[in-house]
Design a protein around this ligand. Structure first.
Ligand SMILES: [Mg+2]
Length: 193
């Protein structure tokens, strides 16, 4: 018997779960964003599965090594586990910005790759990030999206049309939990009540 498709939340890494240090290569320099453990606990309790999808062009530029990247993700995994939070995977795109590689956001390759490992209900899933490229990747994979305010201009935000915009991880989590309660399994759509 195959497993029922799961509802997922795809998280960007830098500027979404941890502070964006720009080409982070030192596992000692991981700093978690405010409210991240509380926010993900709420979402876990609502039945969502998690994956990290992160562009790492620093690898192509020779500024980040695969060995350090793996160690950063190992440590993050260990830290979140202290809060009972786990990730189905840490997907990264080590390609250059110019490559426009299918695995690199705004393309949806990493999200779709996660869907090849296990059945994912994309239309009930979400992509969370601080960049327009995160929102675009989420929409291309058929997900709804939350943009975390801080780096993108209001003009850019208006252009990519995230489902929800907030600067707070906790508000993000509460919005998704509330929104998921309007999911109608018979029509596979969100209904307004
Ligand atoms: Mg980011």
């Amino acid at each position: 018997m195959s497993e029922a498709p799961q509802k997922f939340i795809f998280f960007d890494r830098d500027g979404t779960l941890i502070i964006d240090k720009v080409y982070l290569n030192d596992p000692e320099q991981i700093d978690y964003l405010d409210g991240v453990f509380e926010a993900l606990s709420l979402l876990r309790d609502a039945g969502f599965k998690f994956a990290v999808v992160t562009n790492q062009s620093g690898v192509a530029r020779g500024l980040v090594t695969i060995e350090n990247l793996d160690e950063i993700h190992r440590r993050m995994s260990e830290k979140f586990a202290e809060y009972g939070i786990s990730f189905a995977g840490f997907f990264y795109a080590p390609y250059s910005v110019e490559s426009n590689h299918f695995m690199r956001k705004p393309n949806p390759g990493m999200l779709l790759a996660a869907g090849e490992k296990q059945a994912i209900q994309f239309d009930r899933s979400w992509m969370i990030g601080d960049r327009a490229t995160d929102v675009e990747a989420g929409h291309r994979a058929g997900c709804r999206t939350v943009l975390l305010e801080g780096v993108e201009t209001s003009e850019t935000i208006a252009k990519v049309k995230p489902t929800f915009v907030t600067s707070s991880l906790l508000e993000m989590a509460k919005f998704i939990v509330g929104s998921d309660q309007t999911w109608d399994s018979t029509t596979s759509k969100h209904v307004s009540r």
